[in-house]
Write a protein that binds this ligand. Structure first.
Ligand SMILES: Cc1cc2nc3c(=O)[nH]c(=O)nc-3n(C[C@H](O)[C@H](O)[C@H](O)COP(=O)(O)O)c2cc1C
Length: 217
């Protein structure tokens, strides 16, 4: 089987989506040939359609951006729609992951993934939702032992083109409960703010963080 893994993150290879993809692809049998596609380079979409068009199964992984998918993920989906005959009748699965801990935030865009699959005449084998993903890039796999094991089960399900293991979905989608110490820290220190402001500064975007370029005067 040829499996296309579509990474829907604008961060590309250095993304949490990549780490999640790795948890799955590293557990696949040798009989599965993996073909990677990244959405960050819009100029290469036509080339990528030719590259993934011959695959049998599609795994689309994207982060939640403002309660939906990143614009680049949507642009890639629209390019797939343009090339519908390449994809009709084939299997597709999605992984939506988000920064906030509750996977339920992704319920709306999950509905869209099913609609997208039907629009292309594809068979949606499942949409996996996971919260709390922003920390993945900064921590070792051992920090997410249960989730990594659950994704390894999902890899087996993909290999056999079977429905996803219900217990694995529960583990992946469950919210990590912090103990009293972490709750105290989160309550009194704006860890999220400190982290994201650091990224804004790194990208020289801190000063313009409240800009509203589309608002008319
Ligand atoms: C522009 C932007 C918007 C985001 N919007 C949300 C959101 O609405 N809900 C949420 O839980 N996380 C949100 N996040 C957090 C991402 O989903 C999270 O950081 C994810 O792990 C990024 O994955 P990636 O490294 O694969 O791109 C947002 C991140 C960015 C950069």
């Amino acid at each position: 089987m040829k499996l296309a893994v579509i990474n829907g993150s604008p961060r590309g290879r250095d993304s949490n989506s990549s780490r999640i993809a790795g948890w799955i692809t590293s557990s696949l049998e040798g009989s599965v040939e993996v073909c990677h596609a990244y959405v960050f380079n819009i100029a290469r979409y036509d080339e990528l359609m030719a590259k993934i068009g011959g695959c049998d199964y599609y795994l689309f992984i994207f982060p939640l951006y403002t309660d939906s998918m990143p614009g680049l993920s949507k642009a890639f989906m629209e390019k797939m729609e343009e090339h519908k005959p390449l994809f009709s009748g084939k299997n597709i699965a999605f992984i939506i992951h988000s920064g906030f801990p509750e996977s339920s935030q992704s319920l709306t865009v999950e509905r869209y993934t099913r609609y997208f699959a039907s629009l292309l005449g594809m068979n949606c084998t499942g949409t996996i939702k996971m919260g709390g993903s922003e920390i993945i890039r900064s921590a070792p796999d051992s920090f997410f032992k249960d989730k990594v094991a659950a994704f390894q089960k999902i890899a087996k399900n993909i290999e056999r083109s079977e429905p996803f293991d219900a217990k694995a979905l529960e583990i992946i989608g469950s919210r990590k409960r912090h103990g009293a110490f972490f709750n105290f820290i989160f309550k009194h220190i704006d860890i999220g703010g400190i982290y994201w402001n650091r990224i804004l500064r790194k990208n020289k975007a801190y000063k313009s963080r409240f800009d509203r370029p589309y608002l008319n005067d």
